[in-house]
Design a protein around this ligand. Structure first.
Ligand code: HEM
Ligand code: SF4
Length: 557
């Protein structure tokens, strides 16, 4: 993975020293809260319902085992022993004291981590596939380009005061595991017929109160123009974005109001001015960065080990189930990628991982892989390179740490924002609803029979839990000071992304497990063979679901 050079280190040292001084001045009263606010937000420090919250960047979701141990240390020394992994592959600490924040920043910097640009109207953490570089179905490794974009966007003076936050995702698989279409700029990396890496550029995706999927504005952009092209997009946005209205300030609104074609034309005009400038990525620069992502020294593991795994599965249905859902094909024979579920149900809210679990995962990354861990936008942790012969041992270890729930991609693999338990913007809580549903669907055999089914929960319209993209989406709404939940159906993530539709009036928290059960029962009643949930919804529409759900109270939807 990428290692910092002297420039990176100097930049972080200077930034943490500057931030320490800002905190000291705030604590002494020399800076008012109003003056301090933009300074802390530049460093990922929010003020939430109970305490300060620190969001630490995990560039394209990649961590070393050593970095994960530092996150565990931060959780223990300065928080309450856990962290929350988010849908943008970052980690948040919820119980930070302001006076500790500079020490935490220093500790992060020592481990080549930081919280810069994890909030504010800037280019946020660049996200990508959690199986980047190792997935069997990947066309190319997106990480070198993600890293180049990261370096280009970090403290880029031209883009530190954008009209609104700006999110970029890049994917290089045909399935798209990075929710590319829900980003301000979405990038698909592919090879053209001559084998040259090319980019398809989408703009104007985003969730929040006006959910939209990105539209393609450029096909076949040669990879070396990545930064100049994205720069042109940002310049057009910077020039025309609606700074006068926070709710209309995202690029999606601009693209919608200008129209995708005129927007693209303006980007092309802007790009013509900087295309082939020194900012164009050279072969040498690409190679330099790509060298950090060179394949680790895989051993030839093919053959008998695979048979061993098969034999163990035959004798152990639980292990077999875990292999089916949580183990993913690797591009190198004899290896697999493993998803460790952070969704055991009542034991922990989605995405929450304790320091003990973090340390265990770091140890497994060293023991069974090459010291690397990934964070998925589904808020799970991934060990990218596990020898197949070690799968059984890893499974047992993960079981002991409540990280082996065999539910990846299933109904209980709930994606949820922290909601009203932590977030001061929330209309309703997310975590208790997630847990009540998880508790209702504990029968793993039944869940496996239902097949892939995504459930996403957000505590307000900001959509941090990507509820629009869930096959079933739940949105917390406020009705006269009470918590209610609106349900959407038909959302999808991935290459065939779709935004879900609201089914009718909202429900009370205690109704939610029953509502989900009725939705699932309707699916089971109409399903053809092994059809996935989202295909059934697409085929039969919302009406049968509405009928069944609202029959509950004998009411009209
Ligand atoms: C301190 C707590 C948080 C605050 C104050 C916050 C605030 C916001 C706001 C205001 C938006 C709407 C932006 C817009 O549409 O213009 C938003 C969107 C979003 N946030 Fe959060 N958020 C928080 C925590 C989280 C967490 C925990 C996650 C992941 C679990 C997350 C991921 C996202 C995502 C994915 C979006 C929507 C995607 C988009 O439209 O770009 N945020 N957040
Ligand atoms: S969706 Fe709303 S409640 Fe949930 S984290 Fe985002 S801002 Fe907070």
């Amino acid at each position: 993975m990428y290692r910092y050079d002297q420039y990176d280190l100097t930049l972080l040292e200077q930034r943490t020293a500057q931030f320490r001084d800002q905190v000291v001045r705030r604590l002494s009263g020399a800076l008012s809260e109003e003056e301090f606010l933009p300074l802390r937000l530049q460093n990922g420090l929010y003020h939430q319902r109970h305490a300060y919250m620190l969001r630490v960047a995990i560039p394209y979701g990649t961590l070393s085992s050593a970095q994960l141990r530092v996150l565990a240390e931060i959780a223990d020394r300065w928080d309450r022993g856990y962290g929350h992994f988010t849908t943008r592959q970052n980690i948040q600490f919820n119980w930070i004291r302001l006076e500790d924040a500079p020490d935490i920043m220093d500790r992060l910097a020592e481990a080549e981590m930081h919280a810069i640009q994890t909030s504010g109207n800037v280019v946020r953490n660049i996200t990508t596939e959690h199986f980047a570089g190792v997935a069997a179905d990947e066309v190319l490794d997106p990480r070198p380009l993600a890293e180049i974009l990261r370096q280009w966007s970090t403290m880029n003076p031209e883009f530190t005061f954008l009209p609104r936050k700006f999110k970029i995702a890049i994917s290089a698989s045909t399935t798209d595991r990075a929710a590319v279409k829900a980003h301000d700029v979405g990038l698909y990396l592919y090879r053209d017929e001559r084998g040259e890496p090319m980019l398809r550029v989408l703009v104007g995706g985003g969730l929040g109160r006006t959910p939209m999927l990105g539209v393609v504005i450029r096909e076949a952009l040669p990879w070396r123009h990545l930064t100049t092209y994205v720069e042109a997009v940002l310049r057009v946005y910077n020039r025309h974005g609606r700074r006068d209205n926070k709710y209309k300030a995202r690029i999606k609104i601009l693209v919608q109001s200008l129209g995708a074609e005129p927007f693209a034309a303006e980007v092309e005009r802007e790009w013509a001015l900087i295309k082939d400038s020194p900012a164009t990525i050279t072969q040498a620069e690409y190679r330099r960065v790509a060298a950090f992502f060179a394949l680790p020294p895989y051993a030839d593991q093919a053959g008998p080990d695979a048979a061993d795994v098969a034999a163990r599965q035959a004798g152990n249905p639980e292990f077999a189930r875990w292999c089916r859902r949580n183990v993913h094909p690797h591009k190198v024979a004899g290896y697999a990628s493993v998803t460790l579920s952070t969704k055991p149900g009542m034991a922990a809210p989605p995405g929450d991982v304790s320091s003990a679990q973090m340390r265990a995962v770091a140890d497994w990354a060293d023991q069974y892989g090459f010291g690397e861990v990934r964070v998925s936008h589904e808020q799970n942790l991934i060990l990218p390179d596990v020898r197949r012969q070690d799968l059984h041992a890893l499974w047992q270890a993960a079981e002991a740490h409540a990280l082996a729930t065999a539910n990846i991609g299933l109904l209980t693999d709930v994606i949820a924002c922290p909601g009203g338990d932590y977030c001061s913007l929330a209309n309703a809580r997310s975590i208790p609803v997630a847990q009540a549903i998880q508790a209702r669907f504990q029968d793993l055999d039944y869940l496996h029979d239902l097949g892939g089914l995504t459930l996403n929960i957000s505590g307000c319209v900001n959509a941090c839990g990507h509820h629009h993209l869930g096959n079933i989406g739940i949105l917390g709404v406020d009705k006269n000071g009470e918590e209610w939940y609106q349900v959407t159906l038909g959302g999808r993530q991935g290459a065939a992304a779709a935004i879900g539709k609201v089914i009718g009036r909202a429900f009370r928290a205690e109704e939610m497990p029953e509502v989900i059960e009725r939705i699932v029962a309707t699916f089971v009643a109409h399903r053809h063979g092994d059809e996935p949930f989202s295909d059934t919804v697409q085929r039969i529409g919302l009406a049968p679901f509405k009928e069944r759900v609202y029959a509950l109270a004998g009411e009209q939807p």
